[in-house]
Design a protein around this ligand. Structure first.
Ligand code: FAD
Length: 356
């Protein structure tokens, strides 16, 4: 029996515990969480979108794990009666240039194995979503939204039933390493055969504290802010502006919520002081391009999350998930688990199991 320590009980730590605890006789799982409860960080600060995998670059973990994860999430939701809605997503072209982007998106999607996408002309778009203005759109029917809170609670309760031990309110900083095992002050008399670092935006600092001599990527945290509305709209699908595949630039998306209402964003903000007036103006402009009936006064500040983006040595941006074992140590780091991390959570867990 191997003792495994997971740092962090966000959606990724919970999913890894869920995957490994299927093998009760092989692994005994322990989870350390710095907060008093599960899923209080990025896991609860996102769009709750199940992404379909239209725009990630081929041969990236984001692409393969998103496509596999999407199916696993829908199956999990069906099995455990977690609320979801396969709304579909429309990439809307508002300009001639964006119409070209739609062709690129379609090609990329099909190349990636997401073959159910359909081009929609202006007339058809008006029938599908009468409130949306656009010259053309690409429909991705397999995208949706789900109840992330219920999902993480279910993962937690299954983990508990399978004997996973959780310790909350324990900030794990430094473990000791002796005879190829890790020791933690929070678990007396237990030595860990493997550590899995799922600490989200803190994952790099946790790794650096435990391995001060090793080289790791650096953080490049980017804030994402949401606005919301309760204005009554007929809109049923998730709306994105058309984009070039693999080039994730700021767009102001509109996503329906399971309980009614819509969220807008997330925006892309560097970590400097944010001018709220300018920010609202940016949102209003961004949304009105394709949803002109929205009323300015009905767009209200909602919430924000931090994208755990990373930069490699020599300042090269890394746009993919970074899931790697440290050479010669039984320790796996999960860095840069930004979107589509939620969609990919169950497939990331399988990938981690593969590494162990
Ligand atoms: C703005 C935004 C929008 C997004 N939208 C989507 C979307 O629509 N669809 C999608 O698929 N993905 C989306 N994502 C990505 C998704 O939210 C993340 O990939 C996912 O939540 C990552 O989960 P996590 O468990 O790695 O991180 P977290 O949820 O942040 O969990 C990390 C956990 O580790 C704990 N921790 C940290 N340090 C320590 C320590 N030292 N000791 C113990 N515990 C520690 C934290 O308290 C936390 O509970 C979005 C992300 C952002 C920022």
């Amino acid at each position: 029996m191997k003792n495994i320590l997971i740092i962090g009980s966000g959606v990724i730590g919970l999913s890894v515990a869920y995957e490994l605890s299927k093998k009760k006789k092989k692994y005994k799982i322990y989870v350390l969480e710095k907060n008093k409860n599960i899923g209080k960080e990025n896991t609860s600060k996102n769009s709750q979108v199940i992404h379909s995998g239209v725009y990630y670059k081929k041969n990236t973990l984001k692409n393969s794990l998103c496509i596999e994860g999407k199916k696993l999430i829908y199956d999990f939701c069906k099995k455990y009666k977690i609320r979801y809605n396969k709304t579909g997503k429309l990439f809307v072209a508002c300009t001639k240039r964006e119409e070209k982007y739609l062709e690129l998106l379609k090609k990329n999607s099909i190349k990636n194995g997401v073959k159910d996408v359909k081009m929609v002309n202006e007339k058809k778009l008006r029938i599908l979503e009468p409130e949306i203005i656009g010259k053309k759109a690409l429909l991705s029917p397999s995208a949706g939204i789900f109840d992330v809170n219920a999902f993480t609670k279910k993962l937690f309760s299954i983990n508990k039933k399978r004997g996973v031990i959780f310790k909350f309110d324990k900030k794990n900083i430094k473990l000791n390493y002796k005879n190829r095992k890790f020791l933690s002050n929070h678990f007396k008399n237990i030595s860990f055969d493997f550590v899995i670092n799922c600490a989200g935006i803190d994952a790099i600092s946790v790794a650096k504290k435990n391995f001060p001599k090793k080289k790791f990527p650096n953080d490049r945290l980017i804030k994402g802010i949401y606005y919301k509305t309760n204005q009554k709209l007929k809109l049923r699908r998730i709306i994105y502006r058309a984009m070039v595949p693999g080039v994730i630039k700021e767009r102001i998306d509109t996503t329906p919520l399971l309980n009614g209402g819509y969220i807008f964003g997330p925006s892309v903000e560097k970590l400097k002081k944010i001018d709220k007036k300018k920010l609202k103006y940016k949102f209003i402009n961004g949304i009105k391009n394709y949803l002109p009936i929205i009323k300015d006064e009905k767009i209200l500040y909602f919430k924000e999350g931090l994208r755990p983006k990373i930069i490699m040595n020599h300042k090269i941006k890394n746009e993919d998930f970074y899931i790697k074992k440290i050479n010669n140590y039984p320790w796996i780091n999960l860095f840069g688990i930004e979107s589509p991390g939620l969609t990919s959570s169950l497939s990331i867990a399988k990938y981690v199991k593969g590494i162990i």
